[in-house]
Design a protein around this ligand. Structure first.
Ligand code: KG4
Ligand code: ZN
Length: 379
């Protein structure tokens, strides 16, 4: 895949950059090589992902200790494969980029320490990447977007609206105050015994359900602003399920359809408000809403976002599913963006001393949001 990300015409060209990316912050062990030409053209030379779904399935969710051990067992081979597929050796790489947080700390330590060791042994710079920055910048890799744009990140660990104004310039407009949306899908699936990961299973069951049968709440819709909450909705599903027990398949489908519709209503209305906030902050810019994260695969949510975007006169951009969910190409790309940005300032990047962090908000100015999920960082 190839695209050309924009850079200002008055900026001196940066030499070609080939970066190895490493991602281990949750349950994907991933490595990738991405290259950027001096004219801004980018190519994903390799992108290998090993999901640990099988390791965690029996537990109905990601078990941090199992994830960390699996990353140790899998990562070296993934890196080898990424280099092989790119037809390169470590000598051909200009820098190593790795997720340094936020995420499950055991996994983050495995990935970051491996990256530091490789970078040090090969004499290459290390770029410590914020996982959220990886998600936030992916649309520039896939769709060559220019800044600014609005990002809705909806995954198993994060749910937030971000104003993306430049590399390293993010403003959090709102986020969940409790569960991430993917987490709410997973917990709903677990409750209804639909298996893991729950999102696709809930979506499948919802297809044959009646969304109006159970009256479920639309959390935070009655309040102004862009904060979100899904814990109460999940509890409402549990109560409704207990009330209808023993559950027949049609009851499960109706509960899933009701849950999904409630979520779509909330995400739709909050996205409408977020687009209004974007237009206020950047009246001169083309309004663009980027959606990323595993939940972006949900057709009902996507449809609602398409509808809201059209009404607001905004363009909806959804990177391909493989690059929307956790992957290492986005980490390599974020590394490249950081290196290019530094080069424009006549600086270099040396993150060898950056520690692994379970929590690492992209927007340090944002009010802290309380609560913690499986990735440890909602803020
Ligand atoms: O971004 P992702 O692959 O991993 C992280 O959590 O970072 O997102 C995984 C989440 C899971 O919670 C999964 O249930 C949810 O995305 N998901 C979905 C769908 N596909 C995946 N949620 C709703 N509908 C889907 N079709
Ligand atoms: Zn993620």
């Amino acid at each position: 895949m190839s695209s050309t990300a924009s850079s200002s015409p008055d900026q001196a060209p940066v030499p070609a950059l080939t970066v190895l990316g490493i991602e281990t912050s949750c349950d994907e062990t991933a490595a990738a090589v991405v290259r950027r030409e001096p004219d801004g053209t980018t190519t994903i030379l390799s992108d290998v992902i090993r999901s640990q779904v099988a390791e965690h399935e029996a537990f109905g969710g990601v078990v941090p200790e199992i994830a960390a051990r699996a990353h140790i067992a899998l990562l070296d081979r993934q890196i080898e494969q990424a280099l092989d597929k790119a037809g390169l050796t470590i000598e051909d790489i200009d820098a190593v980029a790795a997720t340094a947080g936020p995420g499950l700390i055991g996994g983050v330590i495995v990935g970051l320490m491996t990256a530091k060791a490789i970078a040090m042994a090969a004499g290459k710079p290390l770029v410590a990447v914020n996982h959220l920055e990886g998600h936030a910048l992916t649309a520039r890799l896939t769709d060559a977007l220019s800044f600014p744009y609005l990002l809705l990140l909806v995954s198993g660990g994060h749910t937030q609206f971000l104003l993306v104004e430049g590399v390293g310039r993010y403003r959090r407009l709102g986020s969940t105050i409790d569960d991430a949306l993917g987490e709410a899908f997973d917990k709903t699936a677990k409750l209804l015994q639909l298996g893991f990961p729950g999102g696709p299973a809930v979506e499948r069951a919802a297809a044959s359900g009646d969304p109006a049968r159970f009256r479920l709440p639309r959390p935070m819709l009655d309040r102004p602003g862009l904060e979100l909450s899904f814990a109460g909705l999940k509890t409402a599903v549990r109560n409704a399920a207990h009330g209808a027990a023993p559950l027949r398949p049609q009851d499960v489908s109706d509960l899933c359809a009701g849950f999904q519709q409630a979520v779509a209503d909330v995400i739709g209305e909050k996205s409408r408000r977020a687009l209004a906030a974007f237009a206020e902050a950047h009246p001169e810019a083309e309004p663009v809403l980027v959606v990323a994260g595993g939940v972006a695969a949900n057709a009902a949510i996507r449809e609602r976002l398409a509808c809201v975007s059209e009404t607001a006169g905004a363009r909806l951009v959804a990177p391909p599913h493989r690059l929307c969910t956790d992957n290492a190409a986005m980490i390599a790309w974020a590394g490249i963006e950081r290196l290019v940005e530094a080069a424009h300032r006549g600086e270099s990047v040396d993150d060898g001393a950056v520690p692994p962090r379970p929590r690492w908000p992209l927007d340090d100015r944002a009010e802290p949001v309380f609560g913690s999920g499986r990735k440890g960082a909602k803020a």
